[in-house]
Design a protein around this ligand. Structure first.
Ligand SMILES: [Mg+2]
Length: 223
């Protein structure tokens, strides 16, 4: 392998089912009902994903979401045991590490920074909440291809940019929103599945149903 691309929530982290970065923010501001309300609107196709994220942003602004909230949330996020050692091993073997997450960059970076693994990561693609110098939310940025629903398109981009062939890339994910990764032709590995069928071998080439330590993935990385 020349590159390993990770999802974040539930793949690199220990989390209860469905509890991603966004959920944690809604929980923090005690507004989970509004979260479900928007999610249902999206599910019923009343709003598209762009409108969904704009509405989330508007609500966060109304609720005065601050940078320190995200830092507090990040403090509570625990990585899967062995994450540091795994990423260090990959890095030392010249394998590039990418993170593709439908979560929030400020939270993810804060966790990776605390765990001293940010220097191992070539790039992180996710949503950005932008704060002013007083830590007040004022803007919102979509990831480079607008949404992270189609992770295969991001993998294609990485393939092109770094001249990797599809066989040189391993994608590691855990959930339904990672399922499209296989469309890129990359090898796919599902760990700690949440809302996805690991028996579907078209989508998931390999799986570790109960991955207790991230080091277990190394045997799929050819090192
Ligand atoms: Mg996930």
């Amino acid at each position: 392998m020349k590159a390993v691309i990770f999802d974040f929530d539930g793949t690199l982290t220990k989390t209860k089912k469905g509890s991603n970065c966004w959920y944690k923010i809604w929980e923090y501001i005690d507004d989970l009902e509004y979260d479900s309300y928007l999610y249902n609107k999206f599910k019923n196709k009343e709003i598209n994903d762009t409108q969904w994220f704009k509405l989330i942003f508007e609500r966060y602004k109304e609720k005065n979401v601050q940078k320190k909230y995200l830092e507090n949330i990040a403090l509570k996020i625990k990585l899967l045991p062995g994450t540091y050692k795994t990423l260090e091993q990959l890095y030392k073997n010249g394998i590039k590490i990418f993170i593709l997450s439908g979560g929030v960059r400020q939270i993810i970076e804060s966790v990776l920074n605390r765990e001293k693994i940010l220097p191992f990561v070539t790039s992180l693609e996710s949503y950005d909440l932008i704060f002013d110098k007083n830590g007040k939310l004022y803007d919102f940025k979509f990831p480079c291809l607008h949404n992270l629903e189609n992770k295969n398109e991001y993998i294609d981009l990485i393939k092109k940019q770094y001249h990797f062939s599809k066989d040189e890339i391993l994608f590691v994910g855990n959930g339904a929103n990672d399922e499209k990764a296989y469309l890129s032709g990359a090898k796919t590995l599902c760990i700690n599945p949440d809302d996805t069928d690991i028996n579907n071998k078209t989508i998931w080439h390999n799986s570790i149903k109960n991955c207790k330590n991230l080091l277990e993935i190394l045997k799929y990385c050819d090192i």
